[in-house]
Design a protein around this ligand. Structure first.
Ligand code: GDP
Ligand code: MG
Length: 164
């Protein structure tokens, strides 16, 4: 059984974009999951000779309010419970929201090795409010990444396998 690496975060921070970026880079072995019609939510990934199963969460959320939907939060909770490593994603450009703090509480309670990443750090010149604020979540300094421009995604994977 492969260790599970679970991507969590409030809607729209770029979880699925990161997931897809990782798959794109590593020619991941993608397995069809029964019951998922639209999004690929799980894939086996190999990085630095280590294999793990990467899990995207909240595939059907459409707006900020949905983070409170019990079904989604239940699935996120369950995914975190099975995780060897959690990738907690926030938005580097937005400030933190109540949903980020709610998610942080869920992650903290699970007491899993956690990598905090601030996605949408597309370039250094931007005013990246979210990066500065994210330290307050209690998971240390965030790793700035950009799923869109492929910034620091390899570094994120290095950190993942170091925790496996
Ligand atoms: P999810 O709801 O957390 O899965 O987020 P998505 O992956 O669906 O992305 C939400 C929105 O953020 C989409 O419009 C993406 O194109 C955009 N997005 C994702 N990653 C980046 C990034 O690195 N930079 C920028 N500027 N936009 C991004
Ligand atoms: Mg998504």
């Amino acid at each position: 059984v492969l260790p599970r690496v679970v991507i969590v975060g409030r809607p729209n921070v770029g979880k699925s974009s990161l997931f897809n970026r990782v798959l794109g880079e590593r020619r991941a072995i993608v397995e069809d999951e029964p019951g998922t019609t639209r999004d690929r939510l799980e894939a086996d990934v190999e990085w630095l000779d280590r294999r793990f199963r990467l899990i995207d969460t909240g595939g059907y959320e459409t707006n900020e309010q949905n983070v409170y939907a019990p079904l989604i939060m239940g699935q996120v909770q369950q995914a975190i419970n099975t995780a060897a490593v959690v990738i907690f994603v926030v938005d580097a450009r937005d400030g933190l929201t109540a949903s980020d703090y709610d998610m942080a509480e869920v992650v903290r309670r699970a007491q899993k090795p956690t990598i905090l990443v601030a996605n949408k750090a597309d370039n250094e010149a931007r005013e990246l409010t979210g990066i500065a604020e994210a330290s307050a979540l209690g998971f240390g300094e965030p790793l700035p990444v950009s799923a869109l421009h492929d910034v620091n995604v390899r570094t994120m994977l290095d950190m993942v396998v170091a925790l496996l």
